[in-house]
Design a protein around this ligand. Structure first.
Ligand code: SAH
Length: 235
């Protein structure tokens, strides 16, 4: 693969990665959108990082910003693959540990409750597929896999958990399925790399656990990103 585009929500998640690759920002590339572009070349590959950007002094997390970033990244950069690299909540009961990195094997939404028939519920859940080489890559690099489950909130309400359990969700985030949705419209493959910052069934306050572990999870993410790039650039 020659053009790899990472879509990332938070600057802190990708800072170690940007520094390692000496990535350079192209200010204003997506103006007037808030998305930010960083570029580098590695092993004959063009690497892009597209950050959702900021508003009100904070990083734009969530589905809306991720959809905008993915759409404009595909239109302007036409990458061979979209890689959503970010943090997530994991379940101890599913083998998650803090700063453990998983590769996604699918992506769904857990907080879109739309009454109607099967077609409406199919749309709500989403169930987007991942790049077809994901499982082979995970096996070859020694990563566990899990299903990304996306919602608009950091907390988890009982009704969210019900949908997550009923549909096999494992890696709880706020962007993954939105990125999967946009990429599916263009027929672009998506690879998910998710590093655990907090345990949804661990009993701790999510935001505190998230903040405590963000740096460690981001360092683990950098290492995983590096190994994935090595793998993808050989394809
Ligand atoms: N910026 C805030 C919190 C970030 S929101 C702060 O530090 O105060 C959480 C971000 O991390 C989102 O981009 C989401 O994708 C990811 N994330 C990590 N753990 C999550 C969880 N348990 N549930 C949902 N998203 C989670």
């Amino acid at each position: 693969m020659e053009k790899i585009c990472f879509i990332v929500a938070m600057r802190a998640e990708v800072k170690p990665f940007i520094e390692e690759y000496g990535m350079v920002e192209e200010p204003g590339f997506f103006a007037p959108l808030p998305c930010q572009l960083y570029k580098a070349e590695k092993n004959g590959c063009q690497l892009f990082v597209v950050l959702n950007g900021q508003q009100h002094g904070s990083d734009l997390v969530g589905c809306e910003a991720a959809s905008v970033a993915t759409n404009v990244a595909i239109q302007r950069l036409d990458p061979d693959i979209i890689v959503n690299s970010g943090t997530c909540g994991g379940f101890r009961s599913e083998g998650a540990e803090i700063a453990k990195v998983f590769i996604g094997n699918g992506a769904m939404f857990h907080d879109r409750r739309v009454p109607g028939d099967d077609e409406w519920s199919t749309q709500s859940i989403g169930n987007y597929s991942v790049w077809e080489g994901s499982a082979e890559m995970a096996a070859s690099l020694g990563f566990s896999m899990g299903k990304v489950t996306t919602g608009s909130s950091l907390d988890m309400q009982p009704c969210d958990l019900e949908v997550i359990k009923a549909n096999g969700g494992q890696l709880k985030d706020m962007e993954g399925a939105a990125i999967g949705f946009v990429a599916s419209l263009y027929g672009k493959p998506v690879l998910y790399i998710k590093s655990v910052t907090d345990l949804c069934d661990g009993g701790a306050e999510t935001i505190e656990e998230f903040r405590r572990n963000l740096h460690a999870a981001s360092l683990a993410l950098r290492e995983a990103d590096r190994r994935v790039i090595e793998y993808l650039s050989g394809l």
